[in-house]
Design a binder for this molecule. Sequence first.
Ligand code: ARG
Length: 703
Amino acid sequence: MTDQTRILMCSPDHYDVDYVINPWMEGNVHKSSQAKAVEQWQALHAIIKEHAIVESVPPAKGWPDMVFTANAGLVLGKKAILSRFYHPERQGEEPYFKAWFAENGFQVYELPQDLPFEGAGDALFDRGTGALWAGYGFRSELDSHAYIAQWLDVEVLSLRLIDPRFYHLDTCFCPLDDGYVLYYPPAFDTYSNALIEKRIPEEKRIVVPEPDAVNFACNAVNVGDVIIMNKISTELENAIHAKGFKTRQTSLTEFLKAGGAAKCLTLKTTEPVQGEPQANHPVDSRIIHLEGHLLDAGILNTALDLINEQGGSAKVLNFNLGLERKNTSSANVRVSAPSSTVMEDMMLALIEMGAINASDEDVKDADLETISQMGVAPDDFYVTNIYPTEVRVRGQWISVSHQRMDGAIAITENNGQIQARCRLLRDLQVGEKVVVGVDGIRTNHKTTKHASQDKQEFSFMGAGVSSERRVELVVENIAWELQKIRSQGGKVAVTAGPVVIHTGGAQHLSSLIRQGYVQTLLGGNAIAVHDIEQSMMGTSLGVDMNKGVPVRGGHRHHLKVINTVRRCGSIANAVEKGLITKGVMYECVKKNVPFCLAGSIRDDGPLPDTEMDLIRAQTEYSRLLEGTNMVLMLSTMLHSIGVGNMTPAGVKMVCVDINPAVVTKLSDRGSVESVGVVTDVGLFLSLLTRQLDRLNDEVGVTV
Ligand code: ARG
């Protein structure tokens, strides 16, 4: 059996590291010794000859990497798929390999011009099932796998390589006799690792530790029970022996400098066709259309990165550049994924970015499913985002109303009129239809403008004088905006946490409310308790707000306050009775600014106004938020996240917090309308009121 195995090699006459096309070659240009390389190659040749018939392809001058015959092509039976090298540095090897295949009786298949595939370096037959493991991510394109599956009539299992040191599949994965595999898991993405684990039982997987992996232990030639490879550790040697294999180790250091070892230097030309033909390539591909400020807003980059990160591959088919800044651009991109699950996840993310499914046959109606349990959606229900969305129902694109994040899309029909609206999970009724999957959905991001404006964050306390000035600039902007909204009769919502009070912001927030800049206040029990404590007792959590020192017995102040308000029955009654004479809550009552205090986890209250039924509180929040033009999020992460989810794109959001992580989280809506300010909220409010006063002085407005 073993003596029938034929292996193709190419003598290293012209071998050298002449250029850099992989990380191993970096720093090694012309650093390999020709004499030593020849010696090592001959030693390998001699060992292989003991186990197989060695054939050779004549080396060609000027093509130093031709020694790596694994990259000549992929052979099965008498068919050979010729490599299409990714790097021009190696493309000149193609005609030589092609000639060799043709002269030796192989039927040569050639991939389309622009579809890289690097032969047996990136495609290895499973010795157990005959399926083909095929790598992509660096040298070979995922789309080549479909051709291979069809031409060779095999099942192709695509594996995504993610570590540039392991740029070819054969550098980190080696199928062995009887269905074993020698491999280095960190070289693959999660999906690929899951696929390997699913297909190869644990006892047949020999995991190579990193020190051996970087010595190309996986780059091995297996003939029968013998594994021919570069030197390995005793640890790995033992692991291999334990599975019944023998090793033949020979030093290949000179070739490591070019990023190759034993396996790269060989190509098995006797690959028996195994089992039933089963052309099967789960590669799913479709065309998406992107439109908008693709370059300015970085949409195209983000989309391509996303496809790559999720394990797909992308090819921009055409790109129409909007020539002026105000013009939008458009592009069609072919997206491929190794499986329909990966495709579905990827499409979801792309749709969220505003991509439209453009393959004609792919423009389908949305799939609808009927709710069978109250408040529970089907597993793959479409989860909404903040962008204007349309769904295709019976060939018609319908705009979704009540756009918000994290809902489902419910479809109803009234007298032949189809309606789509965002619905919360808990509101779903039995019999109602919701959208599932990713077909027939599009979102509109046309308003998204400059990437640089996307996630503005300004650090006040952070560093330097310049950032201080920058915060002032942002505050000037926000003040101007507030002024404009007020004069147009618009609506500003404020979410505020108790920190607003502790940091001395109460007087400023009070003044904003008094001057009509705030139309609704959302928070929890705490902001109200601390605000009232401050107005009634002059302390916040027992600390004297003027002197900054704890007051004796002050830790009971908030309880006294709660008790007093409870006695009155409501904050409004306490204001009415003259018990509360200033502060945030006082101004809300006086100016008829509706507020909602959502819950309390402390059991020392709550205030009578606090809504302890959270579902009712959430409903009230979203009611109060309707028609809002701007939300000021003042140092309360949870209330702000809630509000962010309830608010559609287009509503300006200003998130202020001393913790940059909170600001990043809140302003990360991927849209132009959010501004993050990293600063002390008390200082922010004081700057803001000062700026508003200045504006009012200028225009001579008196309130
Ligand atoms: N310098 C060559 C390249 O980067 C090395 C090829 C190694 N071959 C392999 N099958 N891994 O293309």
